[in-house]
Design a binder for this molecule. Structure first.
Ligand code: SAH
Length: 352
């Protein structure tokens, strides 16, 4: 793990900025903090700050690969075909998925949308043929797209609005002693609150993620125009909720998001309820939003775990434990959701 040498702590940069120009929005704070966090290090794995599903077991990426291959085959095996992954981390999911797809004759071009140069170096070793993109705009504009985003949307900056005695205000960040705190901004924000949610008690917080909405809007448009299917997998909820879900994780522990920005992973729950109508507004087909445990079980994770344990009996207990982490209701099985989208002419998709 390498830190950028001699880089000024982000907290000091924020203090100077706020002293000069006033409070910054929470979205600004989170966006800059995560850009700094991901640019400098590999946060994944037991030695890092957190562990994601593909790093727990190869079964995760393999089943996603099989799902994509099944969609492609049932849609008529169109070529050229592109595998696109948003925020591929170490490239583990892609490597496992591509290996599984190849067994079914699916060998797509590989495109990674990645902001971190540190992770790009690792991805290059894991998936040597991949092409990198800063955003979706440079993905080839023809040929169906098979897109996966695991724990990507939750890292995008959220905006929070709070109801005050004076009305709705944006939550802004200011320094307080060694740390930062949120205060209500001075500008009226009524226009940013959907009418149905405008009446609320003082103190109510509404969280939105404009960058997640923009991502899903663009992906849905691509699927409709080019064909293809997408899976968005994340910690989140499928019904509207109030309140802040911002959290920070460092060395596998929850820490205060307002201490040492840029040194912990900041995430927020993904609001799938809001993303579905955004995709549908482009004419895209919503396949469903289901808990990760149910999705993986429907795709046959139990049989896959058994087969793996038979070929390597000495790893049997570890394979079973990994499967339990992915599907267990007290673990990732219920909290994580899988949202599926597809081109209207494409099949419904297994697992939903
Ligand atoms: N999908 C991987 C990694 C999840 S961590 C896995 O499941 O293991 C989040 C990933 O999204 C990292 O690769 C990070 O660098 C990338 N990322 C976060 N914010 C981003 C942004 N705004 N633009 C591009 N990539 C981003």
């Amino acid at each position: 793990m390498s830190e950028t040498p001699d880089s000024e702590p982000l907290g000091a940069i924020f203090r100077r900025l706020i002293a000069n120009t006033g409070p910054i929005s929470l979205a600004h704070y989170m966006g800059e903090a995560n850009a700094r966090y991901y640019s400098a290090k590999d946060p994944l794995g037991t030695a890092g700050d957190f562990v994601t599903a593909p790093e727990i077991s190869q079964m995760f990426g393999e089943l996603i690969g099989l799902w994509l291959a099944d969609m492609w085959i049932n849609a008529g095996r169109e070529e050229p075909i592109h595998y696109v992954e948003l925020g591929p981390g170490r490239g583990t999911l892609a490597a496992d998925a591509l290996r599984a797809m190849k067994r079914y004759g699916l060998e797509p071009g590989v495109h990674f949308v990645e902001g971190s140069t540190a992770l790009k170096d690792i991805q290059l070793e894991t998936v040597p043929g991949a092409q990198w993109h800063h955003d979706l705009s440079t993905i080839p504009p023809y040929g169906p797209v098979l897109l996966v985003a695991n724990e990507f949307l939750d890292a995008l900056p959220v905006r929070q609005l709070v109801m005050t005695p004076e009305g709705w205000r944006e939550r802004m960040v200011v320094p307080e002693g060694e740390k930062f705190v949120c205060v209500a901004g001075s500008q009226p924000m009524e226009a940013a609150v959907p009418e149905a949610r405008r009446q609320a008690e003082v103190g109510t917080i509404i969280e939105t993620c404009p960058a997640a909405a923009a991502t899903v809007y663009e992906v849905a448009g691509r699927l409709v125009e080019q064909g293809g299917a997408a899976l968005f997998i994340d910690y989140g909820h499928d019904q509207l909720r109030d309140g802040s879900s911002l959290q920070a994780v460092r060395s596998h522990l929850k820490v205060d998001p307002f201490i040492n920005p840029g040194e912990a992973d900041l995430t927020a729950h993904v609001d799938f309820a809001t993303l579905v109508p955004i995709a549908q507004s482009r004419g895209c087909k919503w396949l469903g939003t289901v808990p990760q445990g149910r999705f993986l079980r429907n795709l046959g994770i139990d049989a896959r775990a058994q087969a793996l344990a038979q070929t390597a009996p000495q790893h049997g207990p570890a394979i079973e434990a990994a499967k339990e982490r992915l599907v267990g209701e007290g673990q990732m099985g219920l909290l994580f959701k899988v949202m599926g989208l597809a081109c209207p002419g494409w099949p419904g998709g297994a697992g939903f």
